[in-house]
Design a protein around this ligand. Structure first.
Ligand code: ADP
Ligand code: MG
Length: 341
């Protein structure tokens, strides 16, 4: 049984970017070669009820196109009746017990497999039945982390433990919740703490314009001053849908003086022509740092931008996680080896 993260961007039932699926190919091939049958579990999107647009069925087609013999099960009790080597289960979030972390739901899944492989890095920080309860139902000799999980943990551990400085974090996108993670970065012990935090995108607008955002901005300013972190926000914009040229230059300068950069952000609405420059130029500057330092990109949309501008080879590492990558980098227990389920 494999818990994977097949939560990939789709539009009108078509895959937009299969980066996360390709990253799982080594695990899928290894299991395919070495087992009689494997049940694949994943969540997909954030369905309310059983939204047919968020079925995992199209993902079975992707597996089929990659020469895996695969069947699809709408319900758990169908799994036993399917003879294909891979059986992909319907969206875990269609089942009542997944998000609530229900133990009996986890048990009904665990009964179907002898060996459990966890390779869903993207949701490794979430507390759901399949990520926390299910692994516990297998003995230690029966459960493993997958190759992708190992690769992510290895690359990100090297990144956080690196002594290279200045260390800069570039944050963007739209989610105001990211402010909590920015606070976590600022409050890390000094050996793990970044020197600079650059904030762009809709997130920066919210911190400057919204009443709730302004309050968070104040709190962030105080904390960062206390902890000697330089916080930098944009000073000019293109219709508030991208950062302006002065900000691009300022961000670029700080980035080029850095030796280690983590990027979770698009600086603007990079999907629309006319608002690409901020994201593209900032990403390009980060790639230059890779030559003498370390660079990591993470986050669904951020990585989509990395691919759109053809920069994937320019980064030291491109993570398949967003929230999981941020949770990993802001974790404060690198004295021990990183914890996995
Ligand atoms: P990620 O997936 O990389 O963590 P988010 O999901 O938080 O990032 O946000 C990505 C989205 O943010 C992109 O689709 C982009 O169009 C949007 N965005 C960036 N800047 C702005 C802005 N100034 N106004 C509106 N949307 C923005
Ligand atoms: Mg996103």
């Amino acid at each position: 049984m494999l818990r994977a993260d097949f939560n990939v961007p789709m539009e009108d039932g078509k895959l937009v970017d299969d980066f996360k699926l390709r990253a799982l190919l080594p695990t899928l091939e290894l299991i395919y070669k070495n087992s009689k049958k494997c049940i694949i579990l994943t969540h997909f999107g954030r369905p309310k009820n059983q939204d047919p647009n968020l079925s995992t069925k199209p993902l079975a087609d992707w597996l089929c196109a990659h020469n895996f013999d695969v069947g699809f099960a709408h319900k758990i009790d169908q799994i036993k009746t399917i003879d294909n080597k891979f059986v992909l289960l319907e969206n875990l979030r269609f089942f009542d017990g997944e998000d609530s972390g229900d133990e009996s739901f986890a048990k009904s899944l665990a009964e179907l497999g002898d060996i459990f492989v966890f390779d869903a890095f993207g949701v490794s920080h979430r507390k759901t039945a399949s990520t926390t309860k299910l692994p516990k139902l297998f003995d230690s000799e029966q459960k493993f982390i997958g190759l992708l999980m190992a690769k992510e943990v290895d690359a990100l551990t090297k990144f956080v433990k690196s002594p290279l400085r200045p260390y800069s974090i570039v944050m963007g996108g739209v989610k105001l919740e990211k402010t909590d993670l920015i606070k976590s970065f600022v409050n890390l012990p000094c050996e793990l703490r970044p020197d600079n935090i650059l904030i762009g995108g809709g997130l920066a607008n919210k911190l400057m314009d919204d009443p709730e955002g302004k309050k968070l901005h104040e709190e962030l300013l105080v904390m960062s001053q206390q902890n000697s972190v330089q916080l930098v926000l944009p000073t000019d914009f293109v219709e508030r849908k991208d950062i302006g040229s002065e900000s691009i230059a300022k961000f670029g300068q700080i980035i080029s003086e850095s030796r280690r950069v983590f990027c979770n952000g698009t600086m603007g609405v990079f999907e629309e022509p006319g608002f690409e420059a901020g994201t593209r130029e900032v990403l390009r500057k980060i790639c230059e740092v890779s030559k003498s330092g370390m660079t990591v990109a993470g986050g669904g949309d951020c990585v989509r931008a990395v691919h759109k501008f053809g920069l994937e080879l320019g980064f030291s590492f491109v993570s398949t996680g967003g929230g999981a990558t941020l949770a990993f980098l802001t974790k404060n227990d690198f004295g021990q080896s990183a914890k996995t389920p």
